[in-house]
Design a protein around this ligand. Structure first.
Ligand SMILES: [Zn+2]
Length: 282
C-alpha cells in the first residue's frame, strides 16, 4: 500500500491507514442531510460513499523530525473486539513505513483516549498484553487520563493500564512541547483532555486535527458535531469554530485524523462558503 506523505520544513509526515469505514452518518455526526451533501458536492464527494455514508478513515500519522519519531494515534486495533476494528496487517504496514521499524519509535501520542486512537498501544502476545512500542514513551494528557477515571474499562484495561504498568507513560499538560518543531495545543470538548498537534519548521506549518473534525464537511458546517461521542458537544463545537477561524486562509496544512485521502488540505473562505481545499501529494 502506498502511503500519503507530506514534508513540513524538516518534518516528514506519513499517513499509515488501518481501514476506511463507511459509517451511517447519524450514528457519528447527526444532522448531515442529503441537501448538505448536494450543496457541497463539488468538494465533499471524496469523503462520502455513493449511498451517502460518511467515510471515516482510521489511520496513524508518523511524524519524524530531526529529534524524534512520533506515532500520533494508534488506530482501533483488532483485540479486544471493538467497533471500527482493524487487523494485524496494519502493524506490518506501520513497521515497513517507519525508518528503522516500530522499534525506532521513541514517542507515542494519543490525541485522546477513545478506542479508535489507542488500539495498537498494546498487542496480545502469549495471552499477555504488552506495549507495541517498547522503546517509546507514551504521552497521555494528564486531564484526559484523570477524566477516564475508573470507568471506561474497555479502553483503560487493554490500552492504557498496560502502558502505565510498564512504566512507559508520561503524563503531560495539553500544551506540552515535544520538540522545537512539534507541540500540543488543547482542543477540549470531544473529550476533556483532547489535544491537536502543531508542527512548525522552516516557516512551514501543519496541524493534526484529532477529533476536532470527523469529516471535512464540518469545515463548512461547524455546528455539526459528533454529539453521541462528544463529552461536551457545545464545547466541542466552540473549539471547532475557533480552530477553523484561526486557520482560515492561512498557510497551515490541516491533517485530518479521520479524513480519507487526500486527508490533508487548507481551510479557505468564510461562512457557508468555507471549505476544505485538499493538498495533492508531492
Ligand atoms: Zn476518533
Amino acid at each position: 500500500m502506498e502511503h500519503l506523505t507530506w514534508q513540513v520544513g524538516d518534518v516528514h509526515i506519513t499517513r499509515v491507514e488501518e481501514r476506511i469505514h463507511g459509517v451511517v452518518r447519524d450514528t457519528l455526526v447527526p444532522g448531515i442531510t442529503d441537501e448538505h451533501l448536494a450543496e457541497h458536492a463539488d468538494w465533499v464527494s471524496p469523503f462520502f460513499s455513493r449511498s451517502g455514508r460518511l467515510l471515516l478513515s482510521v489511520h496513524t500519522f508518523v511524524v519524524r523530525d530531526p529529534e524524534r519519531t512520533i506515532v500520533v494515534d494508534t488506530c482501533a486495533g483488532s483485540d479486544p473486539p471493538r467497533p471500527l476494528a482493524g487487523d494485524s496487517a496494519f502493524l506490518e504496514r506501520l513497521d515497513a513505513a517507519i525508518v528503522g521499524g516500530i522499534d525506532a519509535v521513541d514517542t507515542v501520542l494519543c490525541t485522546h483516549l477513545h478506542f479508535d486512537h489507542v488500539g495498537w498501544n498494546t498487542r496480545l502476545v502469549g495471552g499477555r498484553r504488552i506495549p507495541t512500542f517498547s522503546n517509546a514513551r507514551y504521552l497521555f494528557a494528564r486531564v484526559e487520563l484523570e477524566a477516564l477515571g475508573d470507568g471506561h474499562a474497555s479502553v483503560r484495561e487493554p490500552s492504557v493500564d498496560p502502558i502505565l504498568e510498564a512504566g512507559l507513560a508520561d503524563l503531560v499538560e495539553t500544551d506540552h512541547v515535544l520538540t522545537p518543531h512539534v507541540r500540543l495545543i488543547p482542543t477540549p470538548g470531544h473529550t476533556p483532555g483532547h489535544v491537536s498537534v502543531e508542527i512548525e519548521s522552516c516557516a512551514e506549518r501543519a496541524t493534526i486535527t484529532g477529533d476536532v473534525l470527523h469529516s471535512p464537511l464540518q469545515v463548512a458546517l461547524p455546528d455539526l458535531t459528533a454529539s453521541a461521542f462528544d463529552a461536551d458537544p457545545a464545547a466541542a463545537t466552540g473549539t471547532r469554530k475557533r480552530f477553523l477561524d484561526a486557520r482560515a486562509d492561512d498557510d497551515r496544512l490541516l491533517l485530518g485524523t479521520h479524513f480519507p485521502p487526500p486527508t490533508a488540505g487548507y481551510v479557505r473562505g468564510a461562512g457557508r462558503t468555507r471549505r476544505f481545499v485538499p493538498k495533492v501529494e508531492r
